[in-house]
Every structure is written in C-alpha cells, then in structure tokens.
Design a protein around this ligand. Sequence first.
Ligand code: XMP
Ligand code: MG
Length: 189
Amino acid sequence: MAEGLRDIPLHRGLDRILIDEETLQARVRELGREISEYYGDRSPLLVGVLTGAFVFMADLARAMAMPLRVEFMAVSSYGQATQTSGVVRILKDLDRPIEGEHVLLVEDIIDSGLTLEYLIDVLQRRNPASLRLVALLRKNKPRSVPARADWVGFEIPDEFVVGYGLDVAGRYRNLPFVAVVKPDAVLGK
Ligand code: XMP
Ligand code: MG
C-alpha cells in the first residue's frame, strides 16, 4: 500500500494519491468564485455529464454564490475499457430546450477531448445564449482535437485516475480525493 493510503477496503487497488481532498476542495471553491464572477448577474444553467461529473458538479454548484439551475446529461463512455472509441452516444438528454440560456458544461475529465468536442457540437446547435466549459481535470497529452475548456481545475499526467466521481469499472467514485489506480485494477483484474 502506497504511503498516505490507509489500509481500508476502499483504498485497496490504489497506487497513489494524485490530488488530496484539501487541494481539491480549495481549487473547486476557487473555480466557484471565478465562474460566479464571470457570470455576474446572469444565472447559468449547469449541465453535468454523468456519471463522472456528479461529485464535482455538487461541490462546484455550492461554491457558486448565485442562483443557478442544474441538469444532467449522460453519454456513453468507455465501459470497462480505458481507451476511447471516439464514438459518443447520448444516453440521457436534457429535459428542456436551452435556447437563450447561459450554459456551463461541467465535465469530470478531458482525455482525448472527443466527448467534449461532441457535446459542444450538439449543444451549440441548440442556440444557447452562451456555452462555456469547465473540466475538473485535463490530461497533459497530444490530441487530435483542441480540447478547449474555459476553466480547468488541474492539469494531470496521462495516467488513469479514479475518485471524486471518476471510476474504473464503476468503482471508486466515492473517494474524496483523486488517485492513480494500480495497473491491475485498470485491466479489471
Ligand atoms: P475523452 O477521451 O472523450 O474522455 O476526453 C472523456 C471521458 O472518458 C472517461 N475518462 C476517464 N475516466 N479515469 C476515469 O475514471 C480516467 O483517467 C479517464 N480518462 C477518461 C471519462 O468518463 C471522461 O468523461
Ligand atoms: Mg468512467
């Protein structure tokens, strides 16, 4: 067991903590302040991408000292594999039109950037008043698409991470920190 990880069942399978709870919370509060300042007296609609963004979305929304609304979309992800297929499918769409709304898309992580690229395209065609993006994490790697985000919580190395909403095969979403899993866990062993 890596240093800093107590031997409790939730932590088995983890290699090391990448971003601890205190650092995460401080950065999310800072993002909340910055984003609130940007919107001023415009009330944004936060659109979270399920399932990974649910924890970040909950903390970010509470860090924004302004009236806002929240909705979620669900898109297909990697399933149990860790390589992007480049194919994104909407599993759950928004309940209402977003025409004329100030939409803030809330993502957990930008890896290849393909998911975000697809979502931007879909939402932009619905004529929102504005569309901005915040991602908690962005992997530092070369990409075929630009992976533009207006706010990014942390740039991280190109490793598979879990916790704070992120999973491997559905597990570890409830970790209060972001960690790198042992290679065996990523392969589903
Ligand atoms: P792309 O490649 O389209 O991927 O930017 C975005 C989605 O892939 C998932 N993803 C991860 N999930 N740990 C995870 O738990 C990771 O390191 C990771 N990398 C990508 C995630 O669902 C994200 O929305
Ligand atoms: Mg996932």
